[in-house]
Design a protein. Structure first.
Length: 536
């Protein structure tokens, strides 16, 4: 049997489900399949960071995740089980950098359930028990052969294929791409447990030991915790850990007095850091673990995969709809490979430092990390910086072929940066956030009036330009009375900021340079037929 679709997504984890959700909301014909029998039952990946919550917010899913998850505000530091400091997130959000100034404990299983529910509500479904056998490309599409659990085969002819099928990705293998990197010597264990101890419930802890570390992440504010730690060589060859195994590891090395009341799930985790050389080959893309894997340090894996999917999905949707040139897709690799490489290097450094076997480095670690925690706790600037890095809010695509700016501005956000968060102070939107204007999958043009008078003629000129293109672009004017927004965006004279569906600045210029905006839009997007422009 041969069937057709616009996009075929292989893999129904958080990354693939994000991809399929966005494509469906754009009205793209998409099929998503997975070799598993159903949604992941174990929590596995646990942390959802602020940048990811901002993306989920654009899908209308962030609030549900927050209600179902557990917000983390403090990480306590232990040294051989003894208190050595604490770090509290910027939960008061005085810097106004994000609507989500915390880390959310929300398991992979919960994330998948959330995204599956959204997928079904959008008219989609997951095809479980289906594996990719082969794929071939032509200039106009991709031909994939899949096999279902009952042994039947189907040929799917798709315009595009997205491989979200994990570290052992059949899609990547079909493309003959390498997966360069290495496996760490250290073996970790992950376990979801109910515990009893004399520490504060609902708070996360990192326990440093000379030979490694243990991390405890609250999952419900009570006794349920996620444990991550080094596994001794005597247990490193096991595939499954027992309740007694987990208790014995903690008793022997953590320095903590605790009792594991119940072990809900435990797994041996062999850590790798690897990345493929290409995220795209022709009409086939790789996202998430299919493209890169790294240590669990910082809880970056699931967040990076969701970020990959979001970055690619809106671009692919606009190309499939005929609203954007194919060249827009070139920016996926250009933007996400440098980002993934930065995440890989950062998590690699963090993991190596925590798990070092060098005796001198071990002693340095036991002294240096408490000092770092102390500095972070007492210096608001450093605290904000640490949160900024962990939460992926630093993500930038400066230099991407899909962004541009005119002028010589040195301050404020540049093209490629994440659009800053802030609030309206005046006018009908007073008291609401700027992000409330960006809560969908369209483009948005911010017209700042700066210190100049508002000009209805100029506004109409801009609006007329936006109507000339097939992609929807919403215009929002920001009056000069909204001083804090002008300061955040570093605007004095009338200026333009085009915001992409993923919340990044696509284009920045002065209002005078409308020709520059037209040139930018012409380079990436399709124009409306002249009769359509007149009808608008």
């Amino acid at each position: 049997m041969t069937t057709t679709t616009d996009v075929l997504v292989i893999g129904a984890g958080p990354t693939g489900l994000t991809m399929a959700n966005i494509l469906l909301r754009y009205g793209i014909r998409v099929r998503i399949l997975d070799k598993k029998a159903g949604i992941t039952e174990e929590s596995r990946a646990l942390v959802v960071h602020a940048k990811t919550l901002e993306l989920l917010g654009k899908l209308g899913l962030a609030q549900q995740a927050i209600e179902e998850g557990y917000t983390l505000d403090t990480i306590g530091l232990l040294r051989n089980g003894k208190n050595a400091g604490a770090f509290t997130f910027l939960t008061d959000n005085k810097a106004g950098r994000t609507p989500y100034p915390f880390a959310l404990m929300y398991g992979q299983n919960q994330t998948e359930q959330l995204l599956e529910q959204s997928l079904v509500e959008s008219g989609g479904e997951i095809e479980w028990g289906a594996v990719l056998l082969d794929l071939t490309q032509t200039d106009s599409g991709v031909r994939a052969t899949i096999q279902r659990s009952d042994g039947t085969e189907e040929i799917i002819e798709a315009g595009w294929i997205v491989g979200a099928d994990g570290a052992h990705s059949p899609v990547r293998h079909a493309l003959s791409l390498g997966f360069e990197g290495e496996t760490y010597d250290q073996t970790l264990f992950l376990a979801d447990v109910d515990l009893e101890w004399n520490l504060r419930y609902g708070q996360a802890y990192m326990d440093l030991t000379p030979t490694g570390f243990f991390a405890f992440f609250p999952m419900d504010g009570h006794q349920r915790y996620r444990l991550v730690g080094d596994l001794p060589s005597a247990l490193a060859q096991k595939e499954v850990l027992t309740h007694d195994d987990v208790q014995s590891v903690l008793d022997a090395a953590s320095g903590l007095q605790m009792k594991i009341v119940k072990t809900r799930w435990a797994s041996v985790y062999r850590t790798h850091h690897r990345m493929t050389e290409h995220f795209r080959v022709g009409r086939v893309f790789l996202v998430g673990d299919a493209a890169h894997i790294h240590s669990p340090a910082g809880g970056q894996g699931m967040n990076t995969g969701i970020g990959d999917a979001y970055n690619l999905a809106w671009k692919l949707a606009l190309v499939v709809r005929g609203a954007a040139h194919d060249t827009l897709l070139d920016s996926y690799e250009a933007e996400r490979i440098p980002f993934a490489r930065s995440i890989l290097h950062g998590s690699d450094w963090g993991f190596q430092f925590q798990s070092t076997k060098n005796l001198v480095a071990q002693q340095f670690k036991l002294r240096a990390i408490p000092l770092i925690f102390s500095l972070l706790s007492h210096q608001p600037v450093l605290k904000r910086r640490a949160f900024w890095l962990l939460s992926q809010l630093w993500t930038t695509y400066r230099g991407s072929p899909a962004v541009a700016e005119s002028g010589s501005q040195k301050k404020g956000p540049h093209a490629g940066d994440r659009a800053p968060y802030g609030f309206f102070e005046a006018g009908p939107d007073a008291g609401t956030s700027l992000f409330s204007k960006l809560e969908n999958l369209d483009h948005h043009l911010l017209l700042f009036w700066g210190r100049g008078p508002q000009s209805e003629q100029q506004e109409m000129q801009v609006q007329s330009l936006l109507h000339a293109y097939k992609l929807p672009i919403h215009l929002h004017t920001i009056a000069s009375e909204n001083k804090s927004l002008h300061e955040i965006y570093d605007v004095n004279e009338p200026g333009l900021f085009l915001i992409r569906p993923d919340g990044h600045i696509a284009y920045r210029s002065s209002l005078e340079n409308i020709a520059g905006l037209r040139s930018y839009l012409d380079s990436l997007f399709e124009s409306q037929p002249s009769e359509m422009r007149l009808s608008k």
